[in-house]
Design a protein around this ligand. Sequence first.
Ligand SMILES: *[C@@H]1O[C@H](CO)[C@@H](O)[C@H](O)[C@H]1NC(C)=O
Ligand SMILES: *[C@@H]1O[C@H](CO)[C@@H](O)[C@H](O)[C@H]1NC(C)=O
Ligand SMILES: *[C@@H]1O[C@H](CO)[C@@H](O)[C@H](O)[C@H]1NC(C)=O
Ligand SMILES: *[C@@H]1O[C@H](CO)[C@@H](O)[C@H](O)[C@H]1NC(C)=O
Ligand SMILES: *[C@@H]1O[C@H](CO)[C@@H](O)[C@H](O)[C@H]1NC(C)=O
Length: 576
Amino acid sequence: MAGAGSAAASRSWLLLVLLLLSAFAAPAAGLGSAKKVYMREKVRKMFYHAYENYMVHAFPHDELKPLTKTFTDSLSELGNLKLERLPQNYNGSALTLVESLSSLVVLGNYTEFERGVLWLSDNLTFDVDARVNLFECNIRVLGGLVSAHILATDSKSRLEHGLYKNQLLDLARDLGQRFLPAFETPTGLPYAWINLKYGVMEDETTETSTSGCGSLILEMGALSRLTGDPRFQAAALRALRKLWSMRSPLNLLGTTLDVVTGDWIEYSSGVGAGVDSFYEYLIKAYILFGNDEFWDMFHSSYLAVQKYFRHGPWYHEADMRTGKATYWQLTSLQAFWPGLQILVGDIAAANSSHREFFYVWDKFGVLPERYLLDHGMLHPTEKYYPLRPELAESTFYLYQATRDPWYMEVGETIINSLNYYTRVDGGFASVRDVTTMELEDHQHSFFLSETCKYLYLLFDDSFLAGQNYVFTTEGHPLPIRGSWHEKLPEAYIPANWTSVKNENQAIRLSALSQQVCPATTTGGSISLQIESACHIPDLHADHRCRTDDECGIDSTTCRKRVCSMAGFCGLWLFIP
Ligand SMILES: *[C@@H]1O[C@H](CO)[C@@H](O)[C@H](O)[C@H]1NC(C)=O
Ligand SMILES: *[C@@H]1O[C@H](CO)[C@@H](O)[C@H](O)[C@H]1NC(C)=O
Ligand SMILES: *[C@@H]1O[C@H](CO)[C@@H](O)[C@H](O)[C@H]1NC(C)=O
Ligand SMILES: *[C@@H]1O[C@H](CO)[C@@H](O)[C@H](O)[C@H]1NC(C)=O
Ligand SMILES: *[C@@H]1O[C@H](CO)[C@@H](O)[C@H](O)[C@H]1NC(C)=O
């Protein structure tokens, strides 16, 4: 766990909750330290197998094709489902190397980190005629560069030979400037696509997703702080505020929208594809920048998610206008949600959802992209597993918060399946169909930036010693610095937090659940009997109601309470 000694650490109550939780968790009993070292080394070998094959067969192109041991210049294909307007003359941006830099530091390989940083400093250019997805390019390339720049200048991992003169920051600034024309719309919401050399193209599509315009603030905010140029953060913040202003009266957002008119296109949304990192960036921006505005947006939207999307441990989709369920599907991307719930301290809810995702992993051997909850079967076409990190990520967060050795066993299962099903001579290959385990010729860069990193951190978190980090949605660490905080979130810091460490009940304490369940607080004491933040109180304290809408969510079963014929809210299984 991140060190309690750091001054910045005590500024964030969220991580503080995490600190408190891990401070008194019992030492891991199940997996001995020899086993931990063994598993860590297994992950290290996976990373180098993926990395070295990339460096030999694909670098400086974007990604490795592990079955044919060749490459793909895929940066312009990311998010480009129909593969439209592909560049004619583009030879890659060393994407997988950019994505690997922070993982090399987490694994302690400073020599290779330095070699990569210097190569990029000399050779990377964004003056290329390539149309890229703003969201993907932001989280992978800008995030990778900003994080690597901070790590290269950090006291722990500072590059030694005096050859590093902020070249990665210069590259990041250059890339950030190439993003800015995308934001020149009547709404301030950015186009989803931008040509790195020529800006927004003629007849460019005006459709984008909620995550496409609502999850830019970590990278662009960090870039503004590092360069002193406020334009990056201002553009991302303006887009985020506009997006938030488009929420429904239920505090729900849709999945896709038009950046010119500011109208919604797809009204149904959930916590998975197209929306996921919007929620993630609200809470992480609050942790990184300490600005209450992010907290207020997050708090309202988290409550809305728990109220309208959650059904027991599952999350379905709902229409933003009515809150009515639309699609009952589990998607692989949703598996990040328990990790986010750990950041807000909602351990019980995180634990129960994470278990369901793991059962599905266990059932198929890997996590299928989409599973139809209502039919209990796989989606007919989305049966693939592209080496996604989300379950490993949540497992890492849950282990950090609970130190329950069961999560290491989960990690072991994930590692064993990855090696068994996806490791090939030339790297790691995506699974095309989880029912046949047929492979696909693609090693995604996030396998190196996230999947391997979170699995490694599960068994060796020494990288986190003495410094708290926020991990971007692509797994790139950004340190939490007091000097980056606009305003300290005083209201959320217990004045005497060190003494709380000794009280067992604090395991249950979640600053968020305190806000979600005011009805169950017992006079401001920390011994709250709170199981889960899914609880939503009934509208009236006396539980009287006229319609179901006036009833909340039951705190133990997480079911929607309904209005009985007698006019009281309750869990009526058989409505008379
Ligand atoms: C890409 O590579 C090809 C073949 O090596 C070369 O002809 C072309 O000039 C390169 N394009 C750029 C933009 O560097
Ligand atoms: C660092 O990475 C390089 C390239 O993969 C590898 O050859 C070297 O053994 C690694 N060093 C350590 C200490 O792991
Ligand atoms: C830049 O790329 C060229 C060609 O691959 C290489 O020879 C050179 O060493 C690279 N620069 C650095 C600093 O690695
Ligand atoms: C997680 O859930 C399991 C099964 O319900 C339970 O045994 C375990 O104690 C829970 N752990 C936490 C930290 O809530
Ligand atoms: C710390 O705060 C808690 C909760 O407000 C309180 O119950 C406890 O007495 C305080 N401890 C000390 C040492 O001040």
